[in-house]
Ligand binder design. Structure first.
Ligand code: ADP
Ligand code: MG
Length: 582
């Protein structure tokens, strides 16, 4: 019919595909809903024998039976209501759990570039708020809409059966009601999308304040943050009010339309020709049924906005599920590479940036050797590491390990060849031991973890904690100093006996003394593996087999410490500056 209803249907069908294996629950739910509607309809229908036979005295049995009938019917109604609520909630919560897991897992496999573009707050709000909207729609609202929908059908059927002439009025009013519901649905759906976006900014704004709390305090950013938050929270409020007013208007409008039908029937009753064809029971039945219709119609219009919000949330979650994962088409796994690395004329630019981050970079690292990258910050050193680990795709040129393009490796196989200490260490909210052995299960013994920590010069401070290796590091390692965090990250890399080692300014937060301590350990480690060491202090890389000086995305000097320091180039210059400063 219209675009919205079509896409609603598509979204709805896709949502339903998540419950394919929950047939029993759905069956129970539908049974409950139909039962509920049938009971209510029967109850109203019983007015007819009550009036026409019971109260007129034609059949006294009817009156005797009535009290028992009421009790039975109310119990049946309760049972049906319980069955439908329970089953649908069970199905609904399964859907949401599946959806939430799917989104979580999908996000985890998204390329790094995706996270450069989307704020953490927005993504968090999708997993929490949006999923919650689907949960609401799936459990509560779907129950009401189907139950009340079944009720409407049952009542209408009964009315038509009793007097199709009177009931014809619904052919006039029905489409009008449908039209209004369709219109407000679209509005609800649109508003739902806007509320989600607004909720995303609330999460983002809160997250910015919570994460940057110290900066806020020191630079007096309270007012700025307060204003920013006031704005986004007001936006949520305004969108919610729009939704509520749309709902508050639609309910009376639809009820007014329904009451037109009622008024018309009452008007017809003034014609004796009409009345003659009806018994008082039939007439009461039709009027009661019409009154009874009001409640489900109201409920349907009311929960419609929940459903539309849920569908809007589904749209946004499905959009995530449809976005491209990290490209992972390589099939040539190598159990353990030797570690020959080669960059051949590699060019790479970050999305949305005109200037290339790497501009024709070529170098080789023979297996077991160490290459050091030096250069000003922003010159492209970390980018070289990020290309090798395949955090970013879309390069020109070629990067090979053991002569095989890195794109021919399955991703996990490629990354398992490397131990990587990044410039920004991230620690998980867990114990030190679990951070060092992150995601390795039972592969490493306690002794191995301790050995790695000792080599990384971390054991000395770990032993000072009362809980030692079992100390919780707090969110992102807040309990530790920068140098301590780096040492844990180094231990983490050491533990994994990978053939390729990448250290991106791995010791930048250490004082010269600790650095010297680890230095020998790192050098021992580099001996039998291929290493790419990005250095911030030149003294740490004097023994590298080869030093590459990177500037503006290009390798502009290449050689050993010996040869480079004798040339009158950038390296010699950097060296001069650092020795005079240090
Ligand atoms: P280095 O590690 O040598 O300090 P980087 O490799 O981190 O330098 O950065 C090289 C260039 O790429 C810089 O100009 C930087 O602004 C840009 N850059 C780095 N990371 C990103 C990113 N995620 N998105 C866009 N540009 C980036
Ligand atoms: Mg860097």
């Amino acid at each position: 019919m219209t675009h919205t209803t079509n896409s609603s249907l598509v979204t709805f069908k896709r949502l339903i595909s998540y419950v394919k294996d929950k047939k029993l629950g759905i069956f129970g739910g539908i049974l409950g809903m139909l039962g509920y509607a049938a009971v209510d309809a029967t109850f109203i229908y019983s007015l007819k024998p009550l009036l026409d036979e019971g109260l007129t005295g034609k059949n006294p049995d009817v009156l005797t039976f009535m009290p028992i009938f009421v009790l039975i019917i109310i119990s049946a109604r309760g049972l049906a209501a319980f069955l439908s609520s329970y089953c649908m909630a069970w199905v609904g919560n399964h859907v949401v759990m599946k959806l939430q897991r799917a989104v979580f897992n999908h996000l985890m496999q998204m390329p790094v570039a995706f996270f450069d573009k989307n704020s953490t707050g927005d993504l968090l709000s999708k997993i929490t708020y949006d999923c919650n909207q689907v949960a609401n729609a799936a459990s509560n609202s779907l129950v009401s809409i189907f139950r009340e929908g079944a009720m409407v059908v049952a009542l209408l059927t009964m009315m038509f059966y009793q007097s199709w002439q009177l009931s014809l009025i619904f052919f006039v009013v029905g489409p009008l009601v449908g039209f209004v519901i369709n219109k407000v649905s679209k509005r609800f759906r649109g508003l739902g999308h806007q509320i989600q976006a607004a909720m995303g900014s609330v999460t983002t704004s809160s997250e910015q304040m919570l994460k940057g709390h110290k900066e806020v305090l020191m630079f007096g950013g309270q007012q700025v943050e307060q204003d920013k938050f006031a704005q986004v929270s007001n936006k949520v409020r305004r969108q919610n009010m729009k939704m509520i007013s749309a709902q508050a208007i639609s309910v009376p409008v639809i009820q007014f339309l329904a009451s037109m039908a009622l008024a018309f029937v009452l008007y017809l009753a003034t014609f004796p020709q009409v009345m003659d064809t009806l018994t008082p029971g039939t007439f009461t039945l039709i009027i009661s049924a019409m009154f009874a219709l009001m409640k489900p119609i109201k409920a349907i219009t009311q929960v419609n906005n929940e459903i539309q919000k849920g569908l809007a949330a589904c749209d946004s979650l499905f959009a995530i599920l449809d976005s491209d994962l990290e490209k992972n088409s390589g099939t040539k796994a190598i159990a353990k590479v030797k570690g020959d690395i080669e960059f051949k004329h590699v060019r790479f630019g970050y999305d949305g940036k005109e200037k290339l981050a790497l501009n024709d970079v070529s170098f080789t690292v023979p297996a077991g050797k160490t290459v050091a990258l030096v250069g000003r910050s922003g010159s492209g050193k970390s980018t070289i590491a990020a290309i090798l680990t395949r955090f970013y795709d879309g390069i020109e040129g070629e990067v090979t390990i053991d002569g095989q393009s890195i794109y021919d490796f399955p991703l996990d196989n490629l990354r398992s060849q490397m131990a990587y200490v990044s410039q920004k260490v991230h620690l998980f909210d867990d114990t030190i031991a679990n951070n060092i052995a992150y995601a390795t299960g039972d592969k490493y013994s306690r002794e191995q973890i301790i050995a790695a920590a000792r080599t990384a010069n971390a054991m000395e401070f770990i032993e000072q904690f009362p809980d030692g290796l079992d100390t919780m590091v707090g969110e992102d390692g807040v309990m530790l100093s920068g140098g301590q965090r780096q040492r844990i990250a180094i231990a983490r890399a050491l533990l994994r006996d990978a053939p390729i080692l990448i250290l991106d300014e791995a010791t930048s937060a250490l004082d010269t003394e600790s650095e010297r301590h680890i230095q020998s350990a790192l050098e021992a480690l580099q001996k039998n593996r291929t290493s790419i060491v990005i250095a911030h202090r030149l003294s740490t890389i004097e023994n590298a087999d080869q030093i590459l000086v990177v500037d503006q995305g290009q390798v502009i000097e290449q050689g050993t410490h010996q040869t480079l320091s004798q040339k009158d180039g950038i390296y010699a210059n950097l060296l001069k500056m650092q020795t005079s400063a240090g």
